[in-house]
Design a protein around this ligand. Structure first.
Ligand code: KQY
Length: 366
């Protein structure tokens, strides 16, 4: 693996949209007992369902610790590759490489990772194994790498349309624990250079109580250029209402990199999902303190889906809003089948299906 001392923009590489053809997908097997209840048994079963759904149309690699390797190999079907690789947790979206392409070759980007806010408001310490994963994965896939390790960014905090536009949230990218010495303009310049985009749309916020400082991938996602789904609620008494409303107002007055107005599809959230005392009882403490408290609201959103080569792999929450969400995504992606996965056990960890997956663009032209 070579480290490339320029930028994707300078070299004519860009981050493709998620619906463009994939060569594969990376995931990480969940294990830590302060993130995943009851030792992670149910979370691992849910991850296996997600990996199997994605593996119907692209090569999935699951990274597992030495301790979990045999278990992962046994639980995952044989056509899914399992590699032993250490990590601190299981959020491939956030610390696997962001891949870029020039249409012939793919390269990886290594961002700096500090567990969503470092010593300011990060979610665990240490995070050094997570931070090394992008480099290890570039080596594994034999792709050259851009090293922006001094710039803190997680993959879940950006979405691109592959046509010059990136969306993100101020709540996350301007948070005190990420890049406090950089101005908004300087952060935007990183995104332009690294993702090779022309325009960055800044939403103010994301999903209520989202512990990532409100990643964009839980609130808003492109479904095609100039067309997005936005997590929504009609309940004006829900704090999510003002947050989603603010995003809608920004999207309605903005245009994308090509000057197009956005079509916004409201994707209604499930009724507030809270963690039970029984679930909290299955979580180990972190530094002598509980990681969650009974009744705490979890950041449940249907926007956190993954676009595979032939499917939309989406979370279900056992809520009446599941089916309308499935129907909307089926309408928006008529070429793909929608595969719902019961996702409460992933949500308890603090994210969802998009957060635990990272797509790898196809090498070369199709
Ligand atoms: O991308 C994400 N949503 C990751 C959340 C991390 C939560 C750690 N408990």
């Amino acid at each position: 693996m070579n480290i490339i001392n320029s930028t994707p923009r300078a070299d004519g590489f860009y981050m493709p949209a998620e619906w463009e053809p994939h060569g594969g997908c990376v995931m990480i097997f969940p294990e830590r007992s302060d993130s995943w209840q009851y030792g992670g048994y149910a979370a691992r079963a849910a991850f296996v369902r997600v990996a199997s759904a994605i593996a119907e149309s692209e090569k999935v690699t699951v990274c597992a610790s030495e301790k979990q390797y045999e278990n992962a190999r046994r639980m995952l079907p044989p056509h899914i590759r399992v590699v032993e690789m250490s990590s601190n947790d299981a959020w491939a979206r956030d610390y696997a490489p962001t891949f870029v392409t020039d249409g012939r070759e793919i390269r990886g980007i290594n961002w700096g990772f500090n567990a969503w806010g470092g010593l300011a408001d990060g979610l665990y310490f240490p995070w050094d194994k997570d931070d090394k994963m992008a480099r290890k994965l570039c080596d594994l896939y034999d792709v050259d790498m851009y090293d922006f390790g001094s710039f803190i960014l997680e993959g879940g905090s950006i979405h691109v349309d592959g046509d010059g536009t990136c969306i993100t949230t101020e709540a996350c990218l301007l948070s005190a624990g990420r890049n406090p010495n950089l101005s908004k303009t300087e952060i935007e310049n990183y995104l332009r250079e690294c993702l090779n985009v022309i325009k960055v749309i800044w939403l103010k916020n994301g999903i209520y109580n989202d512990e990532t400082n409100e990643h964009v991938d839980n609130i808003c996602a492109f479904v095609k250029p100039a067309e997005v789904v936005l997590a929504w609620t009609d309940d004006e008494n829900d704090p999510q209402y003002e947050m989603s409303r603010s995003c809608l107002e920004i999207l309605e007055r903005e245009t994308d990199a090509r000057g197009r107005r956005f079509t916004v599809h409201k994707l209604n959230c499930p009724a507030p999902v809270t963690i039970t005392a029984e679930e909290c009882g299955g979580l180990d403490t972190m530094d002598f303190a509980p990681t969650r408290t009974p009744g705490e609201r979890l950041a449940a959103s249907y926007v956190n889906f993954y676009i595979s080569n032939n499917a939309i792999v989406m979370p279900f929450f056992g809520d009446p809003a599941d089916e309308p969400a499935r129907a909307l995504l089926a309408e928006l992606f008529p070429e793909r089948k929608v595969i719902p996965i019961p996702a409460r056990d992933i949500l308890i960890g603090g994210g969802n299906i998009h957060c635990i997956t990272q797509q790898i663009p196809l090498r070369g032209k199709i």
